[in-house]
Design a protein around this ligand. Structure first.
Ligand SMILES: NC(=O)c1ccc[n+]([C@@H]2O[C@H](COP(=O)([O-])OP(=O)(O)OC[C@H]3O[C@@H](n4cnc5c(N)ncnc54)[C@H](O)[C@@H]3O)[C@@H](O)[C@H]2O)c1
Length: 394
């Protein structure tokens, strides 16, 4: 199996590769991998866990290999033992990213140092997508999946004429309308055009554009997204159904997130942050069927690096109108929670492809904060749906 990571030198991507290599070498166990639960017995036949190969696109530090990128994150975060890094570092040197595009990725990404992009070579949109496709074609085989783990992009305004059909989107590329695309759309287009399954681990638009959904169906390719459900939202969508089952009324939910690292730095920019807040906020309405008062804040806290702390305060009402409170604090290591999920998403998409499924795989909602084409955000139901879907298609 091969996985192409968009944002290959980021914390999530490097931890995914390091984890896969460590697994291959027997340096770690399968803790954290959903697809290694008994419920998914048999998936290995379609998407084997051993020997996953990686490639990817990046826009910074392109002279280095994934080894240096991993070390950079490890020095900051100490998110896995140095002993493991020492044992895999030569393997990591074999992985080198190709130059990507950062069109309309927002002021957060524009601040990165040592960036190189295809558009800075003066290429048109068509030339950019051709280059992305060429890179993918050189790497891909029948068992390849693309996963977007690049920085979160700003929200884009929907354009009926160019975004709603594949004909419109192709025209947009031909007319070089750089004002109407973001990088994640271009990567998703490249993957789906080549018939490669695509997963969007970020809140960026990716393949959720109607035009690209049409392309996926036309080309018979499965895709899924958006925004990996790893930490605070996972807890939220696991806990909130408990209130629903007991018919307790949630009056207000405050979640205050602080995080460091590049992700935190990018999300500290208003335009980039908006996508994430929308992604987090829409969840409660879908769970409860009403909109309680919410405060959702995300702020950069440099010394935390890849640790994310989420303070949650839930005000709720019970029998006889009595108001009560729940407080919880989630203290997660982002990349450690995300990396196995990236592998799970890739394996599940490859399974879907081998079973001849195409379009949005909405049964994969369990993996995402803002799942496409379904309003089901209850973690318990999502898990049951995923297991049932797997059993039915196996
Ligand atoms: N638990 C989690 O960590 C988690 C959960 C859900 C979603 N996400 C999302 O996953 C993404 C990655 O998170 P991270 O912590 O690895 O962030 P990161 O900042 O460490 O990594 C992002 C990488 O993407 C690269 N990049 C940015 N724009 C790019 C582009 N247009 N093309 C190619 N590369 C590009 C950056 O240079 C960087 O190396 C973010 O969008 C984040 O919001 C993470």
């Amino acid at each position: 199996m091969k996985v192409w990571l968009v944002g290959m030198y980021g914390a999530v991507a490097t931890t995914t590769v390091a984890g896969a290599v460590a697994l291959r070498k027997g340096l770690t166990d399968r803790t954290g991998l959903v697809t290694e639960l008994d419920e998914f017995n048999g998936i290995n036949e379609y998407a084997p866990l051993d020997d996953i190969q990686f490639g990817g696109h990046e826009i910074r530090d392109l002279t280095s290999t994934l080894m240096e990128a991993t070390l950079e994150h490890l020095k900051l975060n100490e998110h896995f033992p140095l002993k493991i890094f020492e044992a895999i570092k030569d393997d990591l040197k074999c992985y080198k990213a190709k130059k990507g595009t950062a069109i309309n990725c927002g002021s957060g990404v524009a601040e990165f140092k040592n960036t190189e992009t295809l558009e800075s070579e003066g290429l048109t949109l068509r030339q950019i997508t051709d280059r992305l496709m060429r890179d993918l074609e050189e790497f891909a085989d029948d068992d390849t999946v693309v996963i977007n783990v690049a920085s979160t992009e700003p929200v884009v305004e929907f354009n009926e004429e160019y975004h709603s059909s594949i004909e419109g989107f192709e025209r947009l590329l031909d007319e070089d309308r750089k004002d109407l695309v973001t990088a994640s759309m271009l990567y998703a287009y490249a993957a789906l055009k080549l018939g490669i399954p695509y997963g969007n681990f970020t809140p960026s638009v990716g393949s959720s554009l109607p035009a690209l959904k049409e392309l996926a169906l036309k080309n018979g390719v499965p895709h899924a997204g958006n925004d990996g459900k790893t930490g605070e939202t996972y807890m939220k969508t696991t806990i909130a159904p408990g209130f629903v089952y007991r018919n307790l009324k949630i009056l207000g939910w405050m979640s205050y997130n602080i995080l460091g690292d590049y992700d935190g730095m990018v999300l500290n920019h208003k335009d980039n942050r908006k996508s994430k807040i929308i992604s987090k906020d829409s969840t409660l309405y879908k769970l409860l069927g009403y909109n309680p008062f919410t405060i959702t804040e995300i702020n950069f806290f440099p010394s935390l690096v890849d640790n994310k702390t989420a303070f949650n305060f839930i005000h709720f009402e019970g029998f006889l109108g009595k108001k009560m409170k729940l407080y919880f604090i989630w203290d997660g290591i982002d990349a450690i929670l995300a990396a196995p999920l990236v592998i799970d998403i890739a394996r599940t998409l490859l399974f879907a492809k081998k079973k001849g499924l195409s379009g949005v795989i909405k049964e994969m909602a369990f993996f995402f904060k803002n799942p496409m084409d379904t309003n089901e955000v209850n973690t318990h139901r999502q898990f049951e749906t995923l297991v049932e879907w797997f059993r039915k298609n196996q």
